[in-house]
Each structure stands twice: as structure tokens, then as C-alpha cells.
Design a protein around this ligand. Sequence first.
Ligand code: PBG
Length: 330
Amino acid sequence: MQDYTHRMPFPTTRLRRLRRTSGIRQMVRETRLTPSDLIQPLFVRHGGGESTPIESMPGQSHHGIDGLVETAAEVHAAGIPAVLIFGLPARKDEAGSEAYDPEGIVQLGVRAIKAEVPELTVITDVCLCQYTSHGHCGVLRDGVIENDISLELLADTAVSHAAAGADMVAPSDMMDGRVGAIRSSLDNDGLTDTAIMAYSAKFASAFYGPFRDAAHSTPSEGDRKGYQMDPGNGNEAVREALLDIEEGADLVMVKPALPYLDVLRRLRSETLVPLAAYQVSGEYAMLEAAAARGLVDRRAAALEALTGIRRAGADLVITYYAAEAARWLS
Ligand code: PBG
């Protein structure tokens, strides 16, 4: 090895100075991950009894109402400010009627959480796919997902969630005009304080696989490419977000997170509303599978992925790791 230090002066800048100790690294860290940035998704089903583990998503469960409230209280105690609720209906039909039934599973779950843990922010996923017999996110007519007819049902769903006490509704269906339709229905019903977190840039992704197993929401025929976004499109994601904001979205979201970090960065610089990212079931399952085989350090890999999503521009991250990450970070 040649010793170059005698021949030329070393540049005075040495970036390693600020990496030397854990104390210094902490002082100069640009992106911080705190429990208050994280949102925990929870699944609620009819029937009591023990919470049932979801096979495709290790560590996640289907909860009855009691289990839901208990878990929500634990999540809150861990320092997580919000939960995102998904429901599994008792029955599915063509029109997805349980989605907007005031006594539907999400509506019951929201009321129960709000009665026991009122300070926890409750967000509900607004979509029809778990509730329709065909598994699509809108109304199906002659093989086509009818955009405008679907809006009415989505707006009814959002209103029923808000009336049950949801602080925010999160439409994930990707129909055009749904944010505007939901905002005007909420306002007409005097629910002017309910916020809308729009799944603005929701891509037609292979990474939803484990969730569809968990939520029994795989379409019986066809796919979602006619309404969810094409994975190649970044400009269109910006257009979606700007339209949603114009229609009244209070927060916008990119989903999935890790394969779309550039989209997060663009929305961060091209909009001014709070930005959320959804680390979806497939991202979670990949990390879990690799960790289970001893290929990566589970905790370090999960925290690194979450930090990367924040660094790309997300203010908030919806993640199945939320409650656990809060414990790791405390
Ligand atoms: C429902 C919905 C889906 C997810 C959130 N809301 C599934 C889908 O669109 O197929 C995915 C969540 C995840 O994969 O963790 N429309």
C-alpha cells in the first residue's frame, strides 16, 4: 500500500468527524423517526372471542370488537397517535351494502374505540372491495366499474364512518371525483370537521397480496388496473394529488411506499398538505420473510425502511410495525 498522505495535503473536510460518536450522529441526524409519525392499521371482524392471527401477515390479527378496543388502547399507550380501521363484513353483496350500514362492522368498531379511547385518532379506510361480492372497489355493471354510480356509495360509506365518530376518512378506491363527493356529503350532513386523507397516488401493485388475503378482497374476476395507477407514472401521481387537494383532501397519500420513494419526494415538493405513505402488506411480508430466515436483522431493517420513507418526504407513515416500532424507539 502506498502512503499518499506524505505526497499531497489531505482535504480539510472530513465527513467522518460527525460520524465518530453516537452522540454526534444523533445531533446531526437529518431525519428522525418518532412514534408520532406512525399510524397503525387494524382489522375488525364480527364475532367475539380471541383475536385470530392473519396467516399472510405474521404478527397481525383479525379482532372482534373487544379485541379491537383492547389493541387500540395498547397502540395508544405505546405513543401511536392514530389507527386506520379495515372491516370484514358478515356478508358481501353486489352493492357492498355493509360498507355504508350504520350497524356495519367498521361503524361498530369506531364507536367502541371512541367510547373507550377517545383521544386516539381514528381513521377509516373507505372502499367497497371488502364488501362487494365481486371484490372490486366500485359498482360493477356489464363488466365495467361504474365511476359515477360508485361515488354515491363511497360518500354514504364515509358519512356513516364519520357519524360513528371517525376523525378522518381515507378513500382508497381510486374513483375519479370521490374526494369532492365525500366532502360535499360530509358537509351536507353537518360533518364539517371530519378530515379526508386521500389515497391519492395508489398504484396497481403486486405488494397488496398479503392484505387481500387478510381482508378477503381479491377481485373474483379481472384486476384493478382500470382504476388504480400504472406503476410507471410519476406525473400522473402529482396530477392525482393536486386534483384531490382541489376537491378538498386535507392530507394526501402515496401507496405503496418503498417502490415509490421518488413519488413521495415529488409530492413533498409539489404540494403543501401533510403527506402520508403506506408501507403496505407486501413490504411488511418481505421484511418478515427475510428476517424469519435470518437474512436481515428484523428491527434494524424495519426501522431503516421507515426512516427511508420519512427521508423521501413522508410526514406520516402507515405501517404494520407502528406499535412495535414505538416500543423500539422509546
Ligand atoms: C382497499 C385497500 C387495499 C389496501 C388498502 N386498502 C387493497 C387493494 O387495493 O387491493 C392495501 C393495504 C396493504 O396491502 O397493506 N382498497
